[in-house]
Design a protein around this ligand. Structure first.
Ligand SMILES: NC(=O)c1ccc[n+]([C@@H]2O[C@H](COP(=O)([O-])OP(=O)(O)OC[C@H]3O[C@@H](n4cnc5c(N)ncnc54)[C@H](OP(=O)(O)O)[C@@H]3O)[C@@H](O)[C@H]2O)c1
Length: 232
């Protein structure tokens, strides 16, 4: 009996050691790969392969929907699309922040065809209302950029009962894409749905515990899990 217990404990500690080594390996590999590919230096390196003619393209008449467009990557994306002449729909959860960003983009690009859609993407019912409002405009969607995302460190549950990171990063992205599909289909074969994932996904494997219901919650790990799910 004592031998069996010892054997069991030995087995547990070997498993824990393997898990620890795997986690450390993933974090180190991500650190090196991320430094080379995802930092400013990574961008400058990759940008050497950009073709100047691609950067000068004009896309007047193309309708582009960008979520989380009031700041960061979403703002830069909306601004770049507007500067190429596209009609841009900025999906933001906060009306004031959205309006400020919209007027910045209109004045920096001189493009008046920039619009604001207010929607909290952590809520399926808000996404449904947004999609139905948007569909009634009867415009094809050429590009949907699922950019909105967050990393909430505490385990917060939305009023609809979903863990918040999962609600925005996974469920919100999925529901928005699904509900925009008919409008993307109208614009096909040119339509694109682009989801902004993250190299952070390399730090964790895919799991079926989508809402991080088991174990000690970690916002960074949940974010990485969500980003994995986005590309799977
Ligand atoms: N920055 C990086 O290094 C990095 C690296 C890899 C991937 N990414 C990904 O890039 C995307 C943009 O990140 P960022 O760095 O530009 O961050 P950011 O500046 O914080 O932008 C995130 C945007 O998402 C919006 N958002 C958050 N929750 C929302 C909700 N419930 N409904 C609607 N909009 C919501 C935010 O709105 P509020 O302003 O109202 O909060 C904000 O506009 C994210 O998907 C992120 O995972 C970022």
């Amino acid at each position: 009996m004592k031998n069996a217990t010892l054997h069991f404990e030995f087995h547990i500690s070997i498993t824990a050691l393997i898990m620890f080594l795997l986690k450390t390996w993933r974090a180190s590999a991500f650190g090196v790969y991320g430094y080379l590919n995802f930092t400013r230096n990574g961008f400058l390196e990759h940008s050497k392969k950009f073709k100047p003619e691609d950067m000068e393209i004009r896309i007047e008449g193309k309708n582009c929907v960008v979520t989380g467009a009031n700041s960061g990557i979403g703002f830069a994306t909306a601004e770049a699309l507007a500067s190429c002449g596209a009609t841009v729909y900025m999906v933001c959860r906060n009306k004031e922040k959205g309006e400020t960003a919209l007027s910045k983009i209109q004045s920096s690009t001189g493009n008046p065809n920039v619009h604001l859609e207010v929607c909290d993407l952590s809520s399926i019912s808000e996404i449904k209302s947004f999609a139905s409002r948007f569909s009634s405009k009867d415009v094809p969607v050429h590009v949907l950029v699922n950019n909105a995302g967050l990393m909430e460190q505490k385990r917060v549950t939305t009023s609809e009962g979903f863990e918040l990171n999962f609600a925005v990063n996974v469920l919100g992205t999925y529901a928005t894409t699904e509900l925009m599909l008919p409008l993307l289909e109208i614009a096909s074969p040119d339509a694109r749905a682009i989801t902004v994932s993250s190299g952070g996904m390399y730090t964790t494997p895919l799991t079926s515990d989508l809402q991080f219901s088991d174990g000690k919650f970690s916002g960074a790990e949940q974010y990485a899990r969500n980003k994995r799910v986005q590309v799977s």
